[in-house]
Design a protein around this ligand. Structure first.
Ligand code: HSE
Length: 431
C-alpha cells in the first residue's frame, strides 16, 4: 500500500480529531483506498499535548512547527492553528519546502488566498481547504468538482453555527439575544469574545471562499457588506414570524451580468424555504447553477469529527494526486482570475420588512406611505400592534422589491417626522 506522510500542526479540537481518524486501526481509508495518508508527526506549542494524546512512539512530536515542516519525510502539512500569524508563514515555508498544504483557516484564505495560491503554484504544490467552510459538509468539493458544468448564479446559506444556534433559541423559545448568547457560551458554541461569530465576520470569510471557488472571480474582501445579529430584536423575530418569515443570518453571493453581490446580514426567509428549517448549530448552503438548478447541502458546520472528516478528505485528495491536478487546472487558484467590483449596498434589490415606532393618531400611515411612494417603494402589507407603555405603536410593513438606496432615502426622510417615536428597524427579505 502506498502512503503519504502527514505533518499535523496545531492539536486543538480539530487536530485531535484528525489524529484520531488517521490513527484508527480499522480505518475506513484502509478499506477503501490503496494509497492512504499516514500520520508521521505533530507540532504543537504546548508540550503537554504529547502526554494528553498518548501518541504511539513512532509519531514524531515537536513544539516547533518549523522543525516538523523541515522534516524531509513529511509530504503534506496540515495547518490547524488558525488566525493570520504565524499560520501564513507556516504555510508559506511548507510550500517553499515542497510540501502540499491542507488548512481549515478561513480567515487566512479570505484575506490572503490569492497570494498563498500564487505561492503554491510557483512551487508546483497545492492548498486544499475543504474544512474552511461548512465543517463536514463537502461544499468546496461540490463547487469545485460536482457543479463544474454550471454557471453559478447564487450561493447563499447559513455558514455559522453559533449565530444559527442563537437565532434558533430566540425564535423557538422567545429568549432575548443576550440570554441566548450566554447559553451558547455555556455550551461551548460561542467564544468568550463572540465578535467573530455574532458580527458576521466568520460568515464573511466563508462567503469570500465560496464566491471565489463558485464564480472563479477575485474581489476585495473588505468590500463585502457585513452586518451581524447583535442588534436583532426579539420583537422583530415575532412580527416577522406572524407575517410568515423566519430570521436567519445569511451569507449571500449573487452574480449578475455586470457585478457580484457579496453580503452577510440577518434576513427573513419564508417559513417554507428549506433554510428556514435549518436549526441549532447546523449549516446549510444553497447553490443555484445554470444546469443543475437549485440545490442545498446540509450538515454540521463545526465540531471535532465533522471538521476532521473534511481535513482527511483533503488529505486523501493529496494522496491520490487529485489535489495537485485540480489546483493546477483551476483558474480560481491561478492568481489570474478576473478581479471584479462588489456591488454597492445602495444597489441591493430585495423586499424589506420595516418596523416604525409611531404615535397612534390619524394620518400617520398616509404620511409614511407618501414618502415611501415618492421614493419608489411599494408597500405589500401592513400590520399594527397594540400601543406600548410609552404610547408608541409598532407599525410593521412589508414592501415589494426595491433598491436599498431608495429605502435608505425614504427612511432618512421619515425619521424627521414628529410622528416617529423611536428607531426604525428594517430587515432584508430573501425569497
Ligand atoms: N465559529 C464557527 C461557527 C465554527 O460557529 O460556525 C468554525 O467555523
Amino acid at each position: 500500500m502506498k502512503t503519504l506522510n502527514v505533518g499535523l500542526i496545531g492539536m486543538g479540537t480539530v487536530g485531535t480529531g484528525v489524529a484520531k481518524i488517521l490513527l484508527e486501526k480499522d480505518s475506513p481509508l484502509l478499506e477503501k483506498l490503496d494509497c492512504v495518508p499516514v500520520l508521521k508527526g505533530i507540532a504543537d506549542s504546548n508540550p503537554d499535548v504529547k502526554t494528553r494524546l498518548d501518541l504511539p512512539p513512532h509519531i514524531l512530536f515537536t513544539t516547533d512547527a518549523k522543525t516538523l515542516i523541515s522534516n524531509p519525510d513529511i509530504q503534506v502539512v496540515v495547518e490547524l492553528i488558525g488566525g493570520l500569524h504565524p499560520a501564513k508563514e507556516i504555510i508559506t515555508i511548507a510550500l517553499e519546502k515542497g510540501k502540499d498544504v491542507v488548512t481549515a483557516n478561513k480567515m487566512l484564505l479570505a484575506l490572503h488566498g490569492s497570494e498563498l495560491f500564487g505561492k503554491a503554484r510557483e512551487h508546483g504544490k497545492s492548498i486544499s481547504f475543504e474544512a474552511s467552510v461548512g465543517g463536514g459538509i463537502p461544499i468546496i468539493a461540490a463547487l469545485r468538482d460536482g457543479f463544474i458544468a454550471n454557471k453559478i448564479e447564487a450561493i447563499f446559506g447559513i455558514v455559522n453555527g453559533t449565530t444559527n444556534y442563537i437565532l434558533t433559541k430566540m425564535t423557538k423559545e422567545n429568549v432575548k439575544y443576550q440570554d441566548a448568547l450566554a447559553e451558547a457560551q455555556r455550551l461551548g458554541y460561542a467564544e468568550k469574545d463572540p465578535t467573530m461569530d455574532v458580527e458576521g465576520i466568520d460568515s464573511s470569510h466563508k462567503l469570500a471562499i465560496l464566491a471565489r471557488i463558485g464564480f472563479g472571480l477575485d474581489f476585495d474582501f473588505k468590500n463585502i457588506y457585513r452586518e451581524g445579529i447583535s442588534d436583532v430584536d426579539l420583537s422583530d423575530i415575532g412580527y416577522a414570524h406572524e407575517l410568515g418569515y423566519t430570521l436567519k443570518l445569511l451569507a449571500i453571493a449573487k452574480k449578475t451580468e455586470n457585478h457580484i453581490e457579496l453580503r452577510v446580514h440577518p434576513a427573513l426567509l419564508p417559513h417554507d424555504h428549506p433554510l428556514s428549517s435549518v436549526n441549532g448549530v447546523f449549516n446549510a448552503i444553497c447553490i443555484s447553477g445554470s444546469a443543475v438548478g437549485e440545490t442545498m447541502l446540509y450538515g454540521r458546520g463545526a465540531g471535532q469529527m465533522p471538521t476532521a472528516s473534511a481535513v482527511v478528505a483533503d488529505l486523501v485528495d493529496v494522496a491520490l494526486g487529485r489535489a495537485g491536478i485540480t489546483f493546477k487546472a483551476m483558474k480560481a487558484f491561478s492568481g489570474h482570475c478576473e478581479h471584479v467590483p462588489i456591488a454597492d449596498l445602495q444597489q441591493f434589490k430585495t423586499r424589506y420588512y420595516v418596523r416604525f415606532s409611531v404615535v397612534d393618531k390619524p394620518g400617520v400611515l398616509a404620511k409614511i406611505s407618501g414618502i415611501l411612494g415618492k421614493c419608489e417603494i411599494s408597500i405589500a402589507s401592513v400590520i399594527q400592534h397594540k400601543a406600548k407603555e410609552n404610547g408608541s405603536v409598532p407599525l410593521v410593513m412589508m414592501t415589494h422589491l426595491a433598491e436599498e438606496g431608495n429605502l435608505q432615502k425614504a427612511l432618512t426622510e421619515i425619521k424627521q417626522l414628529d410622528i416617529i417615536k423611536d428607531h426604525t428597524k428594517f430587515l432584508r427579505v430573501e425569497e
